[in-house]
Write a protein that binds this ligand. Structure first.
Ligand code: ATP
Ligand code: F6P
Length: 469
């Protein structure tokens, strides 16, 4: 029961958990249906069908929820011997090309199985075209023999314009074409696709017993077959929600609150005067960040008054739809709610030290840990993946967790990140990562950031100080 042990170990509460108002939150990932499940996600599809993008996002998601995962990209193995092949290398009638491609796949699969065994891996993503039934049978058999489940993820796309865009966006700059003329590279890549098409077999026929998902034209149609374990079902649910429409996600903390001014944590206080000034400045700040004409943005807040109050002028000026989410409420600090860090250090000295030692896992007495917050934010991430433009007005700890998902911040770093008040963060997903911009309102606020080992009161954030951390 490795998966269970893994989670229970990491979910170990450093403080009693009996009063946790959100103990249900552990249900998602910590109670897997099957024991010892290891999954190899086998990407399938012609070149330029978004396989690497899907693999990269799935990896980021898994890292965020704390599942040991790794990508094995066969292209990387192939490049060791054949760094810049031209299209004829991928012609199925080219025996030397076939041999070398097979050798690269074998090296990747061997390394992957070694990783599962020696490094306790849980999810491997085998990123390659895996475009024939023969190749997939071989992978399935190798995995089966090693006690690893397979989940085939096939991306099918016949939208020529999108494929051409994909080639121009990511393929002409790939290491396969480094230093080459982009037009020649694009033409060669189209020929490479033609060669793959000659041998390509979509999943079907003798593969009916496999666990697979087919994403057709970026999930306009999704076919799901034979999902057997919990881990695969979570992954499939995540993958089918992905889209590639251009959009941005804006993140902001609420304006400075009365509790912020006095250094108290938690609570449900209203905004200070400066916080109210930030709420009035937010519509202008959003505009300044660059919003394409006729863009509809949905406003998400928590259910606490300081975020609702912050979003009010934005809601009124723009007429944008607004949703209040309980899941966006601040990390529950349990018995420490309403205290300052100084008071906590005096009243609960052991807890204060324990939190600094492992801030991600420390759960407040009767409250939550960052790990708990990540678990309750999972539906928010799913909904964000499905949505287009969203502005989220939330709280320090919650914002850190959401930001960490998009920017791949490791768990041990995320609770210590500085996310200043009165700053709008704009995140724009790109083909290989998330672009970030920060816009600071010229309205002073205290700094609520606390360095490890200190119990300093919230400090004044100097006017005009840059927030570009
Ligand atoms: P290759 O086999 O050459 O490695 P690939 O299938 O891994 O190609 P990517 O490198 O991931 O393709 O291509 C990224 C491009 O595909 C991005 O521009 C992205 O917007 C687009 N894309 C992402 N998802 C899909 C999808 N489901 N269908 C088609 N294109 C997609
Ligand atoms: O101080 C503002 C605040 O949002 C508190 O309500 C919350 O407990 C705290 O930040 C979370 O930050 P940290 O995890 O660094 O204590």
């Amino acid at each position: 029961d490795r998966l269970k042990r893994l989670f229970s170990k990491k979910n170990k509460a450093k403080a009693p958990r009996e009063h946790s108002s959100r103990s249900f939150a552990n249900v998602w990932w910590s109670v897997p249906q099957s024991d010892d499940t290891k999954v190899c996600v086998v990407m399938v599809g012609l070149p330029a069908r978004g396989k690497s993008l899907i693999a990269g996002k799935a990896l980021r998601y898994l890292a965020w929820v704390g599942i040991p995962a790794r990508i094995f990209n066969v292209g990387t193995y192939r490049r060791q011997d054949t760094p810049q092949p031209n299209a004829t290398f991928f012609d199925p009638r080219n025996p030397e090309g076939e041999r070398m491609r097979r050798a690269a796949a074998e090296a990747a699969v061997s390394d992957m199985l070694r990783w599962f065994k020696q490094e306790d891996g849980i999810v491997a993503i085998l990123d390659a075209t895996n475009s024939t039934q023969d190749r997939r049978r071989w992978i399935h058999e190798r995995c089966l023999a090693a006690g690893v489940e397979t989940l085939f993820v096939e991306s099918i796309c016949d939208d020529e314009e999108l494929i051409m865009n994909n080639i121009l966006e990511v393929k002409t700059t790939s290491p396969d074409y480094k230093g080459q003329d982009p037009e020649v590279a694009a033409q060669d890549f189209r020929n490479r696709i033609r060669n793959y098409e000659m041998a390509y077999e979509t999943i079907g026929g003798s593969e009916k017993s496999y666990t697979y998902v087919k994403l057709i034209n970026v999930s306009s149609t999704v076919i799901i077959n034979q999902i057997k374990d919990y881990l695969s079902s979570r992954l499939v649910y995540y993958i089918q929600n992905l889209h590639i429409k251009p959009r941005s996600i804006w993140l902001s903390r609420h304006g400075e609150s009365e509790f912020n001014l006095t250094g108290k944590i938690g609570g449900d206080s209203m905004l200070s005067e400066r916080g109210q000034a930030y709420s009035r400045a937010l519509p202008g700040l959003l505009k300044k960040s660059g919003v394409p004409p006729n863009t509809k943005i949905v406003i998400w807040t928590s259910t606490l008054r300081r975020t609702i109050q912050t979003a009010k002028p934005l809601e009124q000026e723009t007429g944008f739809e607004k949703l209040e989410w309980k899941a966006l409420d601040e990390l529950d600090s349990g018995v420490c709610d309403g205290l300052t860090y100084e008071e906590i250090a005096k009243m609960y000295p052991d807890d204060f030290i324990a939190r600094d030692e492992d801030k991600y896992n420390y759960r407040y007495r009767g409250g939550e840990s960052y790990r708990d917050v990540v678990i309750r934010l999972e539906p928010i991430i799913m909904e964000l993946e499905r949505s287009e433009n969203v502005i989220i007005v939330t709280h320090q700890a919650v914002l850190r967790c959401i930001y960490s998902y998009f920017l791949n911040v490791p768990q041990e770093k995320s609770p210590w990140m500085e996310v200043p008040l009165h700053t709008l963060i704009k995140l724009t997903p790109r083909a290989y990562g998330t672009e970030e911009q920060r816009f600071k309102a010229d309205i002073p606020a205290v700094s609520t950031w606390r360095a490890k080992g200190t119990s300093a009161k919230h400090q004044e954030f100097p006017t005009g100080a840059t927030a570009a951390h």
